[in-house]
Design a protein around this ligand. Sequence first.
Ligand code: NDP
Length: 385
Amino acid sequence: MTSPDVTRPDQTDSDAVQTQARQPVLPPDQRVGYAVVGLGELTEEQLYPAFSLSGQSRLCALVTGNREKAREQAELLGLKPQDVYDYDHFEELKDRADVQAVFIVLPNSLHREYTERAARIGKHVLCEKPLSVSVADAEAMVAACEATGVLLMTAYRIQYAPHHQAARELIQGGTLGRIKLMTAVDVQTEPNEGQWRLKRDLAGGGSLLDVGLYCLNTTRYLSGEEPCEVFAYTHSTPGDPRFSEVEESVSFTLRFPSGLISSNSCSYGTSKHRSLRVLGEKGNLSLDPAFDYTNLRLMVDTETEVRETLIKETDQFALELDHFSGCILNGETPFTPGEEGLQDQRVMEAIYQSAREGRPVQLERLGGRDLFRGRKPARIERERA
Ligand code: NDP
């Protein structure tokens, strides 16, 4: 047997360097204008930079419960004091012709209220993950946007990440042969007892809704399939006050109609690890780290070679934003619409039910691929190094 050809990152593999085909960069006045709702960590650290990197989106207004903080941020962002709104005056955005969309970045249980309010004033909605805290809320959000004719997109940045798109192409293009098994892990420490993420009324659940969702959603996205059965365990360390309202860890298995089985783990109680492996008849691939904002690594291991696929990184949040803006400008359904977030909500409810009842839970058996997804993001183009 010949030894596999190993390509290391420091070697130049002319076919391995890829870049995301970006949508055209529009002049500022032709870009889709957004109001960001909720100025917390994600907004400040990831979304403000993403707006500055985007080519089709621009930040026009901020909605907050803390006007003083917002005014300071507005000044740094080149916005005016009148671009800052508090939650009670959200509806005044209706008169802002330059604001076509809102980006909801609030604690999970508030996603429904602000989606419905945005839909009522005719603004498109990009909503952070998880879409909501229940199937009922997610259904109401999808219905509200449908009723008023605005687009709803679940902000699944990872589905716009070039490494994940490359992995999906390899899987669906048959490089690994028929895929049989997947494992995904997304664990971290949630140290802060006062955090809304540990309060049931704001978070809706624990590690599953927050980080386990990446394992679930990525498995569905990479395979294109929908699970037909789930089995799960949850555990919270007895006496740990952080987990008096929400679960610490979840281990869940998904079974798919093709026979694919995916094993997943998420936790708020271990040190950080985020990885994914896909095992097929002819090879396997791994993403490690898999779910971080940067420095993702994609390894492919087949009968003929073992190599790291080098991919130029592009800001995931800017890609996500520009995808939604492109959909608004062209009147198209986003790749991750509300229905995509709703489907994850259905599976997560089944996962909790399985853990509660100690038995497998069946889901509706759905055939076909990408049943809940819209227009594909701009394809990754290969470029020579
Ligand atoms: P933060 O706690 O950092 O910020 C949330 C913001 O929401 C607050 O700063 C506050 O903004 C506003 N808010 C309104 N009501 C409340 C309330 N009752 N309690 C707390 N905050 C409130 O959270 P994140 O920014 O980390 O998360 C926000 C959303 O983004 C969540 O849905 C989360 O799941 C999602 N997220 C997604 C990530 C991704 O990679 N896609 C990563 C991280 C988070 P203000 O002071 O302006 O009113």
